[in-house]
Ligand binder design. Structure first.
Ligand code: NAP
Length: 234
C-alpha cells in the first residue's frame, strides 16, 4: 500500500498539532510545518516520541519563498503530497471589533495569512496531487465565514473565511476529475489559544472532521463545507 504524506500548516500548537497527531496515528506520514522552527521542531519531536511518523519543515504561509521551498522538498524528497491541511490562521483584535471601525491594516494582515497563504499553497501543491491522481485538501474555515449567518464582529476574520470558502469551490472545480477532493470545514468552537479556555470543544473533537476530510475515500465529496461531518450552509 502507498504511504500517504500530508502537509499541515500551523502545526506547532492548537488544532494543527492535533490534526497532525491524528493523521500520523492513522499511519500517514506527516510533514508538520510552522513559522517558528524552534516551536515546530519541538512539536514534531513530541509526536516522534510517541512513535509517530512526523517530520518538521519550516513554513510561514505569508512567505512565497518558503512555499516554494516546501513544494520543492515535497516533490524531491517525498515525490508526492497526498494531503494538504490549510490550518494556519489568525484572528486579530478580539471578537468585539466592528466592521464600522475595523482597520484596513488588520484586514490586509488577516487576508495575507488566512487567504493568500492557502491560495498559494493550493496553487503549488494541487498540481503534484493532480499528477499522482490523488489529493485531499482541507481548508480550516469557520462558521463566522458563513454568508448565511453573516453579522458584525471580527470583520477581518469573517471576510477571510468567506474568501477561503470561495477558494475551496474554485480549486475543487479546477481539480475535478483528477482524484483531488477540496473541502472547507468548521471545527466548532475549540479550546485553543484562538478559541480561548471557555470554548465548548476539545482539540481532539475539533480535529475530527478535518481528519475525516483528509482521508475521504475516492468517491467522497468535493467543494463542500462541513461541520461534524455534515454539510453546512455557505
Ligand atoms: P491557534 O491556537 O491560534 O493556532 C494558530 C496556528 O496558526 C499556530 O500554529 C500559529 O503559529 C499558526 N500561524 C499563524 N500565522 C501563521 C503564518 N503566517 N504561517 C504559519 N503558521 C501561522 O488557532 P487554532 O484555534 O488552532 O485554529 C486553527 C485554525 O482553525 C485556524 O485557521 C482558525 O481560524 C480555525 N478555527 C478555529 C476555531 C476555534 O474555536 N479555535 C474555530 C473556527 C475555526 P504561531 O504559533 O507561530 O503563532
Amino acid at each position: 500500500m502507498v504511504q500517504r504524506v500530508a502537509v499541515v500548516t500551523g502545526g506547532n500548537r492548537g488544532l494543527g498539532f492535533e490534526i497532525g497527531r491524528q493523521l500520523a496515528a492513522k499511519g500517514i506520514g506527516v510533514v508538520l510545518t510552522a513559522r517558528d522552527s524552534a516551536r515546530g521542531e519541538k512539536a514534531a519531536k513530541l509526536l516522534q516520541g510517541q512513535g509517530l511518523n512526523v517530520l518538521f519543515h519550516p513554513l510561514d504561509v505569508t512567505d512565497p519563498a518558503a512555499i516554494s521551498k516546501l513544494t520543492d522538498y515535497m516533490a524531491r524528497v517525498h515525490g508526492r503530497c497526498d494531503i494538504l491541511v490549510n490550518n494556519a490562521g489568525i484572528l486579530l483584535g478580539g471578537r468585539r471589533t466592528s466592521v464600522m471601525t475595523e482597520s484596513l491594516e488588520s484586514v490586509r494582515k488577516t487576508v495575507e495569512t488566512n487567504v493568500y497563504g492557502p491560495f498559494q499553497l493550493m496553487q503549488a501543491l494541487v498540481p503534484i496531487m493532480r499528477k499522482n491522481r490523488y489529493g485531499r485538501v482541507v481548508n480550516l474555515s469557520s462558521g463566522l465565514g458563513q454568508l448565511d449567518e453573516m453579522g458584525d464582529g471580527t470583520p477581518a476574520y469573517r471576510l477571510s473565511k468567506t474568501a477561503l470558502n470561495a477558494l475551496t469551490r474554485m480549486f475543487a472545480a479546477a481539480a475535478e476529475g483528477a482524484g483531488v477532493l477540496v473541502n472547507s470545514m468548521c471545527p466548532g468552537w475549540v479550546r485553543t489559544d484562538m478559541g480561548g479556555p471557555h470554548a465548548m470543544r476539545s482539540v481532539e473533537k475539533g480535529a475530527e472532521t478535518a481528519v475525516w476530510l483528509a482521508t475521504l475515500p475516492d468517491d467522497g465529496p468535493t467543494g463542500g463545507f462541513f461541520r461534524d461531518r455534515k454539510r453546512i450552509a455557505w
